[in-house]
Ligand binder design. Structure first.
Ligand code: SF4
Ligand code: SF4
Ligand code: SF4
Length: 390
């Protein structure tokens, strides 16, 4: 009982004891992080370029996800912000199940729309043209970039759980020109638009060549920024170089997601800025834009909202269209993260149920539905249309 009371009181610490600020770590923690990053790169290089050691789990595309699981358990144990802990639990579980176990155990292929390329289903969350990618775009429009960049992306997972010793570098420098550098990502976004167009065209030397070039332009910075973390921070890739983050960021702007800011209660303590890994000038932006922190940069981690000592920040998304009074502020987010609360015990059960259904669906698809070409015809037939017209 006493322990529970202590735990609860720790969750509402005063500003000077907040736990979401980036820590400073000893050399061996940073060294361990760089070794893990290098190992993930070696797995990718071995499977993609060198084929030197076959494709064991310790040196293939799944090596990164195994490292996320191991380091993730460490970070979840060490995390002091309950909402961030909950996010890390979901993030590590999602990457482990959706990106590793299902593609590994049930390597079923998801059809592209308009292109005959093939990828295991869940990694195609990031692949333009796939059905799951379009569903993700809808979800991001309704709930914000956090759907992927906060809770589902292996990139954010490895950079948060392995790259955590370099979090403080995200805040160096904090100048206006550094903030302007965020626009670099639109160059990658234009390359990505080119890839989308190439996918809608018949496959030929030009489209195949461009898609290969685009894949390289994504993969090389993705892995190179692992090792650049001591200089550009653990979120350098997400901030400046990710074409998918730019796409989701665009939907952040046009969709329902934003952070609401209440100037009357804000003390301008700057804590929301200090905890933000994307370097967003949170309260200043809210002040300048009539209480709306509406930016393509926000990956919805919730650190600013859950740490604001005066509850001056709250999430806003599609749920507020239905319930305008819904106030997703510090108290609500922290209460949602309280796993001991009786009302919230169904959530892990629901999560496990959804994952079980996904696993079953993956198994059914891979064993019963069959090839890439059969699914559209089956959907066609389900609509009552003759398959011969497909
Ligand atoms: S910005 Fe890109 S790499 Fe980073 S979390 Fe979002 S989708 Fe993943
Ligand atoms: S919004 Fe909250 S955390 Fe940010 S400056 Fe104001 S009081 Fe501080
Ligand atoms: S503005 Fe807040 S929710 Fe968005 S990335 Fe920064 S800390 Fe996270």
């Amino acid at each position: 009982m006493e322990a529970t009371r202590t735990l609860r009181s720790q969750r509402f610490m005063p500003v000077d004891q907040q736990r979401s600020l980036a820590g400073h770590y000893r050399w061996w923690v940073k060294g361990l992080s760089l070794i893990a990053f290098s190992w993930a790169i070696a797995g990718w290089l071995n499977e993609t370029w060198f084929y030197g050691f076959g494709s064991p789990i310790g040196l293939n595309r799944y090596t990164e996800y195994a490292l996320i699981l191991v380091f993730g358990l460490w970070r979840i144990h060490a995390e002091k912000n309950p909402y961030t802990r909950k996010r890390l639990i979901f993030l590590v579980a999602n990457v482990t199940v959706l990106w590793w176990l299902i593609p590994w155990l049930f390597p079923f292929i998801e059809p592209y729309v308009g292109y005959l390329g093939m990828l295991p289903a869940f990694p195609s969350l990031h692949t333009p043209g796939t059905i799951s990618f379009f569903l993700v775009l809808v979800a991001v429009f309704l709930f914000g970039r956090r759907i992927i960049c906060g809770w589902n992306c292996p990139c954010v997972a490895i950079r948060e759980v392995v790259g955590f010793p370099f979090r403080h570098i995200n805040h160096v420098p904090r100048s206006a020109w550094a903030w302007r550098l965020r626009h670099i990502k639109w160059f990658w976004f234009i390359l990505y638009l080119g890839a989308m167009i190439a996918m809608t065209r018949p496959s030929n030397n030009i489209t195949t060549g461009y898609l290969g070039f685009f894949a390289l332009m994504v993969a090389l910075p993705y892995f190179a920024t692992f090792l650049l973390s001591p200089w550009i921070g653990n979120r350098g890739y997400c901030r400046f170089l990710c074409p998918y983050g730019a796409t989701f960021g665009l939907l952040n702007r046009v969709g329902a997601f934003r952070i609401d800011y209440h100037a009357e209660s804000c003390t301008q303590c700057d804590l929301c800025v200090k905890v933000c890994d994307m370097n967003i000038p949170v309260w200043k932006m809210g002040l300048a834009h009539q209480g709306r922190v509406d930016t393509s940069e926000c990956m919805g981690c919730g650190r600013c909202v859950t740490e604001c000592p005066t509850k001056s920040l709250s999430f806003h998304d599609a749920r507020n269209w239905i319930r305008p009074a819904l106030h997703q502020d510090r108290e609500r987010l922290r209460a949602l993260a309280d796993w001991k609360h009786i009302d919230h015990r169904w959530r892990p059960a629901a999560f496990i149920l959804i994952l079980t259904i996904l696993l079953w669906g993956a198994d059914y698809y891979s064993t019963q539905v069959g090839t890439l070409g059969e699914l559209p015809a089956r959907l066609w037939a389900l609509c009552g249309l003759p398959v011969s017209t497909w």
